[in-house]
Design a protein around this ligand. Sequence first.
Ligand code: FES
Ligand code: FE
Length: 385
Amino acid sequence: METKAMPAFRKTAETFASGAKTLPQRYFVSPEVFAEEREKIFSRQWVLVGHLSQIPKAGDYLVQEVAGDSLIVLRDKDAVVRGFYNVCRHRGTRLKEDACGHAAAIQCPYHAWTYGLDGKLTCAPHMDDVPGFDKAEYSLHAVNLALWEGFIFVNLAATRDASTERGGYIPLEKWFAPLAGKFSHWNMSILRSAKRIEYDVRANWKLMFENYSECYHCPGVHPMLSKVSPYDSAENDLCEGPFLGGFMSITKGAGLTMSGRACALPVGGTNAADSQRVFYYSIFPNMLLSLHPEYVMVHQLWPQSPERTLILCDWFFHPDAAGASNPSYNPDDAIEFWDITNKQDWHVCELSQQGIVSRAYQPGPYSPRESIPAAWDREYLRQMT
Ligand code: FES
Ligand code: FE
């Protein structure tokens, strides 16, 4: 029987393409490039909008803006997760204003047209008087939505231009094939967020991806992190394409927490080797996935302008971790550690942005320890062509 070989992990410098340089200035400042990214990337790719645990019950919903469009993502009566454009079929009014909530139906605040959780128009006052009006023709516009390991992704491509090859979308299972089964033992679909912190960062969204993809900066920027995870320990198994990353070692007996110890029971059946590793993967175009033995940290990146990015960071733990029989459970120990580390990263990203806008800026050479940010840039440029 043929067995599938596990992808090999390789030291960061081994996959470095010599001569790689940072992107030209326009990619960080130009409104035209920003508009192009919205069309070519955020309107066509699978974009992370949340996790199942955010909408656990029928009628729970969240609202998220993607590529300039407001979307409602909800759990319907049969527990199916669905997505709709936040646009009334009568005169186009925004239906839901709050970021999240619970509703038995979606009622427009203007003239009270009402839609079921399946998007069907159920009530439209006085419209029966209109000859030929058929409620069945005025369901909410659905958004293409799919799940991966408990995370909710949407893709706007099909509703934009499904008829052309360029405007179509790749089914999520096919797109995520390189990651199929890779993270199953972390049980991510049942995890729950213990905390979300929002960061408003004055820097281009690509700088955060590039920053996340290397630890060349760790000794100077993250002295606390460097103590528990050697900055030169990175090995990657995904080195080209939309998914990039690998692991870094955790010093024996240590945890990525303020106390330096593990702060909860392991999230899943991680094996002995994994208990000494933290895995970092960037998932194009808006997800950073950091898998620790006892928690999973996820960043969602939402570009607001060429020079500003909103970042949502969640810390996910096993739902049983908080039980009375688990006195070691202390999520704040991890959250505080990463809140400090995140802010250190955002600060250097903001400093980069400030320098890149200068007339003196020119693309600089990446070091061999920056093979992954260089690969991320290559994928970005492929998607922009
Ligand atoms: Fe929604 Fe009129 S615009 S009911
Ligand atoms: Fe960092």
